[in-house]
Design a protein around this ligand. Structure first.
Ligand code: ADP
Length: 200
């Protein structure tokens, strides 16, 4: 399966672009969704049991699910705990991502990942598509979607690669500074290009 990466900063329009690809019949695997799946109680990964063994029952909600807010607090306060968690989860997420991508059908599949570059997922993709918007627009869209302050969005942006680094890595750029119709047009044109291209 040819895998095309789709990335962009928070609020750039990755989900909006992914929706356009899906409308064209292309299957999309979302790294954020997979990251949540691997810690679900019924996941075969065994991650939740290991997290509970490490942090204790306090890490579970009354319903027996992972208490994400509590986990975030614990790893925010302790870099070594964050490292432990990443060492556990990253390989499991990667394995599940790749298995889901392999099971996709069609001319190519999309791997949608906000931290595609940051988490070294480029080794698994043939081409990288970057959704790009000017920073001011990124901020205002992310703030109104999440009902978050500018400071909160800026702190998330600070943990991501810069716009220029992302653009330097891009094989294709979707300019999302226009409306959703303009984004859909660009995705349709890119889809044609990807279908016609012999991907390596
Ligand atoms: P990401 O997945 O990259 O974080 P989203 O696709 O969720 O970004 O887009 C961020 C917000 O901006 C969402 O509320 C989305 O509906 C809105 N949005 C995305 N693209 C456009 C656009 N071209 N015009 C207007 N709003 C947009």
């Amino acid at each position: 399966m040819q895998i095309i990466g789709l990335t962009g900063g928070i609020g750039s329009g990755k989900s909006a672009a992914a929706k356009c690809f899906k409308a064209l019949g292309i299957q999309v695997v979302d790294a954020d969704v997979v990251a949540r799946e691997v810690v679900e109680p019924d996941s075969t990964s065994g991650a939740l049991a290991q997290i509970t063994a490490h942090f204790g029952q306090q890490i579970l909600t009354d319903a027996g699910e992972l208490d994400r807010a509590k986990l975030r607090q614990l790893i925010f306060a302790d870099a070594s705990e964050k490292q432990w968690l990443n060492a556990l989860l990253h390989p499991l997420i990667r394995q599940s991502l790749l298995a889901q991508l392999e099971a996709c059908q069609g001319p190519y599949a999309i791997l949608e990942a906000p931290l595609l570059i940051e988490n070294q997922l480029q080794q698994y993709i043939s081409k990288l598509v970057v959704v790009d918007v000017p920073e001011a627009l990124q901020l205002s869209r992310a703030m109104s979607r999440d009902n978050n302050s500018e400071a909160q969005i800026r702190s998330i942006m600070a943990a991501q690669v810069t716009r220029s680094v992302r653009l330097a890595e891009a094989d294709f750029v979707l300019d999302n500074s226009g409306d959703l119709g303009q984004l859909a047009q660009q995705v349709t044109a890119l889809h044609q290009q990807l279908c016609n291209m012999k991907l390596n």
